[in-house]
Write a protein that binds this ligand. Structure first.
Ligand code: SF4
Length: 353
Protein backbone atom coordinates (compact mmCIF):
# COMPACT_ATOMS: atom_id res chain seq x y z
CA UNK A 1 0.00 0.00 0.00
CA UNK A 2 2.87 2.40 0.75
CA UNK A 3 4.37 1.39 -2.57
CA UNK A 4 1.16 2.63 -4.19
CA UNK A 5 1.43 5.94 -2.32
CA UNK A 6 5.05 6.25 -3.40
CA UNK A 7 4.15 5.49 -7.02
CA UNK A 8 1.33 8.03 -7.02
CA UNK A 9 3.41 10.69 -5.33
CA UNK A 10 6.17 10.49 -7.92
CA UNK A 11 3.92 9.97 -10.94
CA UNK A 12 4.57 12.65 -13.59
CA UNK A 13 0.90 12.34 -14.60
CA UNK A 14 -0.39 13.81 -11.36
CA UNK A 15 -0.61 17.50 -10.56
CA UNK A 16 0.61 18.90 -7.22
CA UNK A 17 -2.99 19.29 -6.10
CA UNK A 18 -3.67 15.61 -6.84
CA UNK A 19 -0.52 14.55 -4.98
CA UNK A 20 -1.57 16.60 -1.97
CA UNK A 21 -4.93 14.77 -1.92
CA UNK A 22 -3.17 11.42 -1.96
CA UNK A 23 -0.87 12.42 0.91
CA UNK A 24 -3.79 13.73 2.93
CA UNK A 25 -5.72 10.48 2.44
CA UNK A 26 -2.71 8.38 3.46
CA UNK A 27 -2.24 10.45 6.60
CA UNK A 28 -5.85 10.16 7.77
CA UNK A 29 -6.34 6.57 6.68
CA UNK A 30 -3.02 4.91 7.41
CA UNK A 31 -1.48 7.09 10.13
CA UNK A 32 -4.63 8.09 12.07
CA UNK A 33 -6.50 4.87 11.10
CA UNK A 34 -9.69 6.77 10.21
CA UNK A 35 -12.35 5.55 7.78
CA UNK A 36 -11.96 8.05 4.98
CA UNK A 37 -13.26 7.70 1.44
CA UNK A 38 -10.43 7.10 -1.06
CA UNK A 39 -12.46 6.65 -4.23
CA UNK A 40 -15.95 7.31 -5.46
CA UNK A 41 -17.40 5.64 -8.52
CA UNK A 42 -19.71 7.87 -10.52
CA UNK A 43 -22.11 5.92 -12.69
CA UNK A 44 -22.84 8.98 -14.81
CA UNK A 45 -24.63 7.08 -17.56
CA UNK A 46 -26.39 3.78 -17.97
CA UNK A 47 -26.32 4.16 -21.73
CA UNK A 48 -23.99 1.62 -23.28
CA UNK A 49 -22.65 0.49 -26.63
CA UNK A 50 -22.73 -3.16 -25.49
CA UNK A 51 -25.50 -5.32 -24.04
CA UNK A 52 -23.94 -7.93 -21.80
CA UNK A 53 -26.22 -10.67 -20.56
CA UNK A 54 -25.11 -10.43 -16.91
CA UNK A 55 -24.77 -6.65 -16.61
CA UNK A 56 -25.13 -5.68 -12.93
CA UNK A 57 -26.87 -2.39 -13.78
CA UNK A 58 -30.10 -4.18 -14.62
CA UNK A 59 -32.34 -2.99 -11.81
CA UNK A 60 -30.33 0.08 -10.87
CA UNK A 61 -31.93 3.46 -11.48
CA UNK A 62 -33.68 2.43 -14.67
CA UNK A 63 -35.72 5.63 -14.60
CA UNK A 64 -32.66 7.93 -14.90
CA UNK A 65 -30.29 6.68 -17.58
CA UNK A 66 -27.86 9.61 -17.56
CA UNK A 67 -26.70 12.45 -15.31
CA UNK A 68 -26.78 16.05 -16.48
CA UNK A 69 -23.38 17.73 -16.86
CA UNK A 70 -24.16 20.27 -14.12
CA UNK A 71 -24.94 17.42 -11.74
CA UNK A 72 -21.68 15.58 -12.41
CA UNK A 73 -19.81 18.82 -11.77
CA UNK A 74 -21.76 19.43 -8.55
CA UNK A 75 -20.73 15.93 -7.42
CA UNK A 76 -17.07 16.57 -8.29
CA UNK A 77 -17.21 19.84 -6.32
CA UNK A 78 -18.62 17.97 -3.30
CA UNK A 79 -15.99 15.25 -3.54
CA UNK A 80 -13.22 17.84 -3.83
CA UNK A 81 -14.56 19.69 -0.79
CA UNK A 82 -14.56 16.46 1.24
CA UNK A 83 -11.02 15.63 0.05
CA UNK A 84 -11.72 12.47 -1.96
CA UNK A 85 -8.48 11.70 -3.86
CA UNK A 86 -9.84 9.62 -6.74
CA UNK A 87 -12.93 9.24 -8.85
CA UNK A 88 -13.77 6.31 -11.11
CA UNK A 89 -16.08 7.01 -14.02
CA UNK A 90 -18.18 4.12 -15.20
CA UNK A 91 -21.49 3.26 -16.74
CA UNK A 92 -23.12 1.99 -18.80
CA UNK A 93 -20.21 3.10 -20.91
CA UNK A 94 -18.57 6.42 -20.01
CA UNK A 95 -17.20 6.94 -23.50
CA UNK A 96 -20.74 7.18 -24.92
CA UNK A 97 -21.26 10.38 -22.89
CA UNK A 98 -20.35 13.45 -24.97
CA UNK A 99 -19.44 15.36 -21.77
CA UNK A 100 -17.02 12.77 -20.49
CA UNK A 101 -13.77 14.55 -21.48
CA UNK A 102 -15.06 17.73 -19.88
CA UNK A 103 -15.60 15.77 -16.63
CA UNK A 104 -12.02 14.47 -16.72
CA UNK A 105 -10.70 17.99 -17.08
CA UNK A 106 -13.01 19.39 -14.40
CA UNK A 107 -12.02 16.70 -11.87
CA UNK A 108 -8.32 17.15 -12.57
CA UNK A 109 -8.55 20.91 -12.04
CA UNK A 110 -10.06 20.20 -8.63
CA UNK A 111 -7.20 17.90 -7.64
CA UNK A 112 -9.07 14.63 -8.13
CA UNK A 113 -7.28 11.70 -9.80
CA UNK A 114 -9.39 10.26 -12.62
CA UNK A 115 -9.90 6.60 -13.47
CA UNK A 116 -12.11 5.04 -16.12
CA UNK A 117 -13.75 1.66 -16.26
CA UNK A 118 -14.71 0.78 -19.82
CA UNK A 119 -15.72 -2.02 -22.15
CA UNK A 120 -13.05 -0.71 -24.57
CA UNK A 121 -15.35 -0.66 -27.61
CA UNK A 122 -14.72 3.04 -28.29
CA UNK A 123 -10.95 2.99 -27.75
CA UNK A 124 -9.74 4.17 -31.13
CA UNK A 125 -6.53 6.20 -31.53
CA UNK A 126 -8.03 9.74 -31.37
CA UNK A 127 -10.03 8.81 -28.24
CA UNK A 128 -6.91 7.43 -26.55
CA UNK A 129 -5.03 10.62 -27.37
CA UNK A 130 -7.80 12.70 -25.83
CA UNK A 131 -7.75 10.53 -22.71
CA UNK A 132 -4.01 11.11 -22.43
CA UNK A 133 -4.37 14.86 -22.89
CA UNK A 134 -7.15 15.03 -20.29
CA UNK A 135 -4.80 13.47 -17.71
CA UNK A 136 -6.60 10.15 -17.23
CA UNK A 137 -4.51 8.23 -14.70
CA UNK A 138 -5.79 4.69 -15.06
CA UNK A 139 -8.06 2.73 -17.34
CA UNK A 140 -9.67 -0.59 -16.49
CA UNK A 141 -10.89 -2.61 -19.47
CA UNK A 142 -13.31 -5.49 -19.07
CA UNK A 143 -12.51 -8.69 -20.94
CA UNK A 144 -14.70 -11.78 -21.24
CA UNK A 145 -12.27 -13.89 -23.27
CA UNK A 146 -9.18 -13.55 -25.44
CA UNK A 147 -10.90 -15.45 -28.26
CA UNK A 148 -12.57 -12.77 -30.42
CA UNK A 149 -15.70 -14.80 -31.19
CA UNK A 150 -16.36 -15.42 -27.49
CA UNK A 151 -15.66 -11.92 -26.16
CA UNK A 152 -17.56 -10.24 -28.98
CA UNK A 153 -20.55 -12.52 -28.48
CA UNK A 154 -20.78 -11.59 -24.78
CA UNK A 155 -20.76 -7.84 -25.43
CA UNK A 156 -22.76 -8.33 -28.60
CA UNK A 157 -20.39 -6.24 -30.75
CA UNK A 158 -18.20 -7.48 -33.58
CA UNK A 159 -14.58 -6.28 -33.48
CA UNK A 160 -14.77 -5.38 -29.77
CA UNK A 161 -11.83 -7.55 -28.66
CA UNK A 162 -9.71 -6.55 -31.64
CA UNK A 163 -10.19 -2.87 -30.69
CA UNK A 164 -9.05 -3.55 -27.11
CA UNK A 165 -5.95 -5.44 -28.18
CA UNK A 166 -4.97 -2.63 -30.59
CA UNK A 167 -5.60 -0.05 -27.85
CA UNK A 168 -3.26 -1.54 -25.22
CA UNK A 169 0.07 -0.33 -26.70
CA UNK A 170 -1.45 3.07 -27.55
CA UNK A 171 -2.64 3.53 -23.96
CA UNK A 172 0.80 2.56 -22.68
CA UNK A 173 2.38 5.12 -24.99
CA UNK A 174 0.12 7.80 -23.47
CA UNK A 175 1.40 6.82 -20.00
CA UNK A 176 -2.06 5.70 -18.85
CA UNK A 177 -1.93 2.89 -16.30
CA UNK A 178 -3.87 -0.17 -17.51
CA UNK A 179 -5.75 -2.87 -15.67
CA UNK A 180 -7.73 -5.65 -17.30
CA UNK A 181 -10.85 -6.81 -15.55
CA UNK A 182 -12.85 -9.99 -15.71
CA UNK A 183 -15.42 -12.08 -13.91
CA UNK A 184 -14.57 -15.31 -12.15
CA UNK A 185 -17.64 -17.41 -12.86
CA UNK A 186 -18.57 -21.04 -13.51
CA UNK A 187 -18.72 -20.24 -17.23
CA UNK A 188 -15.36 -18.44 -17.45
CA UNK A 189 -13.68 -21.29 -15.59
CA UNK A 190 -15.24 -24.17 -17.48
CA UNK A 191 -14.66 -22.68 -20.95
CA UNK A 192 -11.08 -21.64 -20.09
CA UNK A 193 -11.69 -17.90 -20.63
CA UNK A 194 -10.47 -16.95 -17.16
CA UNK A 195 -7.13 -18.71 -17.65
CA UNK A 196 -6.67 -17.22 -21.12
CA UNK A 197 -7.29 -13.70 -19.81
CA UNK A 198 -4.83 -14.23 -16.96
CA UNK A 199 -2.19 -15.36 -19.45
CA UNK A 200 -2.82 -12.24 -21.56
CA UNK A 201 -2.55 -9.92 -18.53
CA UNK A 202 0.82 -11.46 -17.62
CA UNK A 203 2.03 -11.21 -21.21
CA UNK A 204 1.06 -7.53 -21.47
CA UNK A 205 2.43 -6.87 -17.96
CA UNK A 206 -0.73 -5.44 -16.38
CA UNK A 207 -2.86 -6.36 -13.36
CA UNK A 208 -6.01 -8.40 -13.76
CA UNK A 209 -8.82 -7.17 -11.55
CA UNK A 210 -11.21 -10.00 -10.78
CA UNK A 211 -14.79 -9.90 -9.57
CA UNK A 212 -16.50 -13.09 -8.49
CA UNK A 213 -19.81 -13.69 -10.26
CA UNK A 214 -22.44 -11.82 -8.22
CA UNK A 215 -26.01 -13.06 -8.48
CA UNK A 216 -27.42 -9.51 -8.45
CA UNK A 217 -28.80 -7.10 -11.09
CA UNK A 218 -29.47 -8.98 -14.32
CA UNK A 219 -27.47 -11.85 -12.81
CA UNK A 220 -30.13 -12.46 -10.15
CA UNK A 221 -31.74 -15.15 -12.28
CA UNK A 222 -28.55 -16.30 -14.02
CA UNK A 223 -27.05 -18.73 -11.54
CA UNK A 224 -26.76 -19.47 -7.85
CA UNK A 225 -23.94 -17.97 -5.86
CA UNK A 226 -20.73 -19.96 -5.35
CA UNK A 227 -20.72 -23.21 -3.42
CA UNK A 228 -18.18 -23.52 -0.58
CA UNK A 229 -15.85 -25.43 -2.88
CA UNK A 230 -16.07 -22.77 -5.60
CA UNK A 231 -15.50 -20.08 -2.99
CA UNK A 232 -12.34 -21.84 -1.83
CA UNK A 233 -11.07 -22.19 -5.37
CA UNK A 234 -11.76 -18.46 -6.06
CA UNK A 235 -9.90 -17.44 -2.93
CA UNK A 236 -6.95 -19.70 -3.58
CA UNK A 237 -6.53 -18.46 -7.17
CA UNK A 238 -7.00 -14.77 -6.43
CA UNK A 239 -4.94 -14.63 -3.24
CA UNK A 240 -1.91 -16.48 -4.59
CA UNK A 241 -1.44 -14.86 -7.98
CA UNK A 242 0.37 -11.51 -7.84
CA UNK A 243 -1.10 -10.42 -11.19
CA UNK A 244 -4.60 -10.58 -9.72
CA UNK A 245 -6.31 -7.86 -7.71
CA UNK A 246 -9.84 -8.06 -6.31
CA UNK A 247 -12.16 -5.76 -4.37
CA UNK A 248 -10.59 -6.97 -1.17
CA UNK A 249 -7.00 -7.55 -2.30
CA UNK A 250 -5.48 -4.56 -4.05
CA UNK A 251 -2.72 -2.00 -3.79
CA UNK A 252 -4.41 -0.44 -0.75
CA UNK A 253 -4.47 -3.57 1.38
CA UNK A 254 -6.66 -6.61 1.80
CA UNK A 255 -10.15 -5.71 2.94
CA UNK A 256 -13.63 -4.85 1.67
CA UNK A 257 -13.68 -1.08 0.96
CA UNK A 258 -17.51 -0.65 1.06
CA UNK A 259 -18.59 2.45 2.96
CA UNK A 260 -15.23 2.94 4.68
CA UNK A 261 -13.05 3.75 1.67
CA UNK A 262 -15.48 3.52 -1.22
CA UNK A 263 -18.87 4.89 -2.29
CA UNK A 264 -20.66 4.72 -5.64
CA UNK A 265 -23.13 7.23 -7.06
CA UNK A 266 -25.91 6.08 -9.42
CA UNK A 267 -27.25 8.24 -12.30
CA UNK A 268 -30.18 9.41 -10.17
CA UNK A 269 -27.76 10.57 -7.46
CA UNK A 270 -28.39 7.70 -5.03
CA UNK A 271 -25.24 6.87 -3.07
CA UNK A 272 -24.33 3.17 -2.85
CA UNK A 273 -21.85 1.81 -0.30
CA UNK A 274 -21.26 -1.23 -2.52
CA UNK A 275 -21.83 -1.17 -6.27
CA UNK A 276 -23.25 -4.71 -6.18
CA UNK A 277 -25.75 -4.19 -3.39
CA UNK A 278 -28.96 -2.30 -4.33
CA UNK A 279 -28.90 -0.23 -1.14
CA UNK A 280 -28.74 3.56 -0.98
CA UNK A 281 -27.39 5.68 1.88
CA UNK A 282 -28.89 8.94 0.60
CA UNK A 283 -28.88 11.11 -2.48
CA UNK A 284 -25.85 13.23 -3.36
CA UNK A 285 -28.19 16.17 -4.10
CA UNK A 286 -29.08 16.52 -0.43
CA UNK A 287 -26.71 14.23 1.46
CA UNK A 288 -23.10 15.02 2.32
CA UNK A 289 -20.40 12.38 2.06
CA UNK A 290 -19.92 12.14 5.84
CA UNK A 291 -23.63 11.39 6.41
CA UNK A 292 -23.64 8.83 3.60
CA UNK A 293 -20.63 7.13 5.13
CA UNK A 294 -22.22 7.10 8.59
CA UNK A 295 -25.36 5.42 7.20
CA UNK A 296 -23.25 2.90 5.29
CA UNK A 297 -21.47 1.90 8.47
CA UNK A 298 -24.80 1.74 10.36
CA UNK A 299 -25.80 -1.15 8.10
CA UNK A 300 -23.30 -3.09 10.19
CA UNK A 301 -22.40 -5.59 7.47
CA UNK A 302 -19.20 -3.89 6.25
CA UNK A 303 -16.84 -4.92 9.00
CA UNK A 304 -13.56 -3.07 9.37
CA UNK A 305 -10.77 -5.07 7.75
CA UNK A 306 -13.13 -7.78 6.39
CA UNK A 307 -11.13 -9.91 3.95
CA UNK A 308 -14.21 -11.59 2.51
CA UNK A 309 -17.05 -10.16 0.43
CA UNK A 310 -20.38 -10.41 2.20
CA UNK A 311 -22.37 -9.75 -1.00
CA UNK A 312 -20.78 -12.43 -3.19
CA UNK A 313 -19.56 -14.94 -0.64
CA UNK A 314 -22.08 -15.18 2.16
CA UNK A 315 -24.88 -17.64 1.38
CA UNK A 316 -26.99 -16.59 4.39
CA UNK A 317 -26.76 -12.93 3.35
CA UNK A 318 -27.91 -13.89 -0.14
CA UNK A 319 -30.77 -16.04 1.17
CA UNK A 320 -31.97 -13.68 3.94
CA UNK A 321 -31.32 -10.23 2.51
CA UNK A 322 -30.45 -10.06 -1.19
CA UNK A 323 -33.42 -12.16 -2.28
CA UNK A 324 -35.72 -9.97 -0.18
CA UNK A 325 -34.29 -6.77 -1.71
CA UNK A 326 -35.05 -8.20 -5.17
CA UNK A 327 -38.47 -9.55 -4.17
CA UNK A 328 -40.27 -6.64 -5.85
CA UNK A 329 -41.40 -5.12 -2.52
CA UNK A 330 -38.87 -2.29 -2.65
CA UNK A 331 -37.85 0.40 -5.09
CA UNK A 332 -34.18 -0.21 -5.81
CA UNK A 333 -31.76 0.96 -4.64
CA UNK A 334 -33.59 0.88 -1.30
CA UNK A 335 -32.85 3.39 1.46
CA UNK A 336 -32.53 0.97 4.32
CA UNK A 337 -32.36 3.82 6.88
CA UNK A 338 -35.96 4.74 5.93
CA UNK A 339 -37.21 1.19 6.54
CA UNK A 340 -36.91 0.27 10.27
CA UNK A 341 -37.78 -3.35 9.44
CA UNK A 342 -34.90 -3.64 6.94
CA UNK A 343 -32.47 -1.72 9.14
CA UNK A 344 -33.25 -4.13 11.98
CA UNK A 345 -32.73 -7.06 9.62
CA UNK A 346 -29.32 -5.75 8.56
CA UNK A 347 -28.36 -5.11 12.19
CA UNK A 348 -29.42 -8.62 13.21
CA UNK A 349 -27.50 -10.11 10.34
CA UNK A 350 -24.39 -8.06 11.09
CA UNK A 351 -24.21 -9.68 14.55
CA UNK A 352 -23.68 -13.04 12.88
CA UNK A 353 -20.60 -11.85 11.00
S1 SF4 B 1 -19.17 -6.14 -0.20
FE1 SF4 B 1 -18.04 -7.31 -1.75
S2 SF4 B 1 -18.64 -6.39 -3.70
FE2 SF4 B 1 -19.17 -4.94 -2.10
S3 SF4 B 1 -17.39 -3.58 -1.93
FE3 SF4 B 1 -17.12 -5.21 -0.40
S4 SF4 B 1 -15.88 -6.75 -1.43
FE4 SF4 B 1 -16.72 -5.42 -3.03
Amino acid sequence: MFQQGFELFFSPRLTLKQKYRVLRWFFYSKVLDRDIIRSVEIIHTLLCNASCRFCSNGKLSEATPKMKAAEVKMILDKLAAYGVPAVIFLGGESLTDENFFDYLQYARERGIITLLQTNGIALDEPTIQRLGQAGLFKITITLHDTLPANHNAVVNRSGALETILAALPLLKRQGIKIDLKTIYSRDSLSNGAFDRILVLAKKVGVSLNVNPFMPVGRGINEAEMFSDKEKESYLSVTVKDQTITTHTKNEYGDHCPAGREYLGIAPDGEILPCYFLPVSVGNIRDTDIATAQKRALQLGIFKKGATSCVVAMNREFYRDIITELYSGRFDLPVRVYEHPYLQEKFTRFSRTL
